[in-house]
Design a protein around this ligand. Sequence first.
Ligand SMILES: NC(=O)c1ccc[n+]([C@@H]2O[C@H](COP(=O)([O-])OP(=O)(O)OC[C@H]3O[C@@H](n4cnc5c(N)ncnc54)[C@H](OP(=O)(O)O)[C@@H]3O)[C@@H](O)[C@H]2O)c1
Length: 255
Amino acid sequence: MGGIRDWKGRTVWITGASSGIGRTLAVRLASQGAWVFGSARDAAALRELQAAHGIEPLPCDVSDHASMLAAAGHIRERAGSLDVLVANAGTCEYVDVQAFDSTLFERVMRVNFQGAVHTVEAALPLLRAGKTRVIAGVGSTAAWTGLPRAEAYGASKAALHYFLESLRVDLTGEGFTVQTIAPGFVETPLTDRNDFAMPMRISVDAAVDYLLAGLASGRPEVDFPPAFSGALRTLRLLPVSLRNRLYQRLVRKAE
Ligand SMILES: NC(=O)c1ccc[n+]([C@@H]2O[C@H](COP(=O)([O-])OP(=O)(O)OC[C@H]3O[C@@H](n4cnc5c(N)ncnc54)[C@H](OP(=O)(O)O)[C@@H]3O)[C@@H](O)[C@H]2O)c1
């Protein structure tokens, strides 16, 4: 499994590049000489990234199959192939079980899971035309354990983790490196909206440091920050009834 340390001349497609982790990663990779295609729905934000950092704007909606195929067609015309895909676009909505709404689940799954599937479908022929063949999907440590109000977000990320793990099995023979990136809490517009305490929340620059180290390592599973992911991993080892009591106490404390 090859990791990437030298980004000079690498062709990279990052979804969710208009904001947060994806934006910071796009800027860092462009500054290291990568040819970065940045996707999101916000075309104006992408144009600003182009003007300031030379990132190629590729506006699209990951939840829209045709839009993703069209974006990949643009990369084919411009670059012919792709070295690295970072399927990072994502959204978060928390569930209120008193007003249970299945359409919320549909929205979240459509971006976080189906969106990543659309992205991989669109990128695969381009990655096969290249030699590096890296797919990194940005999941979440929330996928590891059933956290309060995360019925939709956590499930979408658990589905994404499963998808990536299976994909790894099926693509390794073709020389692909498939990586699952699982951040803890990171300071971005996505978590700025949260109304609860976020333990060990890290800056977006620190998160991208970890992400770049993970891409350099080529490790199949990359999670950070280590203190947070280590604690969550330990929690996951507890009997489910004990975990349930603990999380309920957390919810009561927050109320
Ligand atoms: N921040 C955290 O604590 C944290 C923790 C674990 C995992 N993550 C994951 O990290 C990834 C990036 O999140 P972030 O924190 O950087 O959030 P963010 O600042 O809100 O960025 C999300 C990005 O995804 C894009 N996006 C959302 N829906 C899209 C759609 N339908 N089509 C195309 N692009 C879409 C947004 O662009 P447009 O709105 O312009 O489309 C934006 O560029 C997400 O997958 C998130 O779940 C974040």
